[in-house]
Design a protein around this ligand. Structure first.
Ligand SMILES: C[S@@+](CC[C@H](N)C(=O)[O-])C[C@H]1O[C@@H](n2cnc3c(N)ncnc32)[C@H](O)[C@@H]1O
Length: 228
């Protein structure tokens, strides 16, 4: 495997910086996000195709929960995030949802339900260990679950494996954005025991501070039932 060897362990100072940064964003994140995002329609299309009545949806790095808050009331939505204020906004917008502070680098509690649909976009920018994170998500899935995962892919970087670039010198100095090449992404998907259903290289969001468009390897994945 190329390069994806970073520690999954807790990085308290980095997590605290991310938490504070997104706490500040929480009240006005959604209007600002609309002007930056390209992946919103792709997420909406995925949810339209995969969410069925009464299914259990996990929104990873949910922020204010806007990607999944408007799903039908009989759908069970769980959002995880580092930022308590983001979780508060998400919870206020969908009072029937469950919103918990949780780092995606850590396994989800075994006492939680297993999920049928998982969305992890707009947050793996901060993923220090893609293999461990995808393993955590796979373990939280029910057999047959479908996942949409957006990983920052920086094709300008020539070195194979994973790379880093500044996330924001203005807002989050010292915190990296983590990028993985397509081979490292596939290695992580495979190591997590997930089946790739589709992969696209797509524009994800416009980085105003550095004037470029962040691009994702956008994966639809499945957790196959045992024996398949
Ligand atoms: C840019 S917002 C994205 C919200 C939403 N997913 C979207 O695409 O618009 C990124 C969110 O990821 C959360 N986040 C960053 N690192 C995380 C981690 N290790 N575990 C859980 N959430 C994390 C941040 O707190 C923030 O709310």
């Amino acid at each position: 495997m190329h390069g994806d060897s970073g520690p999954a362990g807790a990085q308290p100072e980095e997590n605290e910086a991310i938490e504070l940064y997104y706490d500040d964003f929480a009240p006005h994140y959604v209007p600002g996000w609309r002007s930056l995002e390209h992946y919103g329609p792709l997420v909406a299309d995925f949810l339209l195709r995969t969410v069925t009545p009464e299914c259990r949806v996990l929104d990873v790095g949910c922020g204010p929960g806007h990607l999944t808050r408007n799903l039908a009331p009989d759908v069970s939505v769980t959002g995880i995030d580092l930022s308590p204020r983001m979780l508060e906004v998400a919870s206020a917008a969908r009072p029937g949802g469950r919103y918990e502070q949780h780092d995606f680098h850590d396994p989800l509690p075994g006492s939680w339900e297993r999920f049928d649909v998982v969305v992890a976009v707009g947050c793996l920018e901060f993923c220090r260990d893609l293999t461990a994170t995808l393993r955590n998500l796979a373990a939280a899935c029910a057999p047959g679950a479908r996942l949409l995962v957006g990983v920052v892919e920086d094709r300008a970087v020539r070195a194979p494996g994973r790379s880093r670039r500044a996330f924001s010198d203005d807002g989050l100095p010292g915190v990296d954005m983590h990028c993985y090449d397509a081979t490292a992404q596939l290695d992580a998907v495979t190591a997590a025991g997930l089946s790739p259903w589709s992969y696209r290289f797509v524009p994800a969001w416009r980085h105003d501070e550095y004037s470029y468009v962040v691009q994702y390897g956008l994966w639809e994945l499945r957790k196959d039932p045992p024996g398949q």
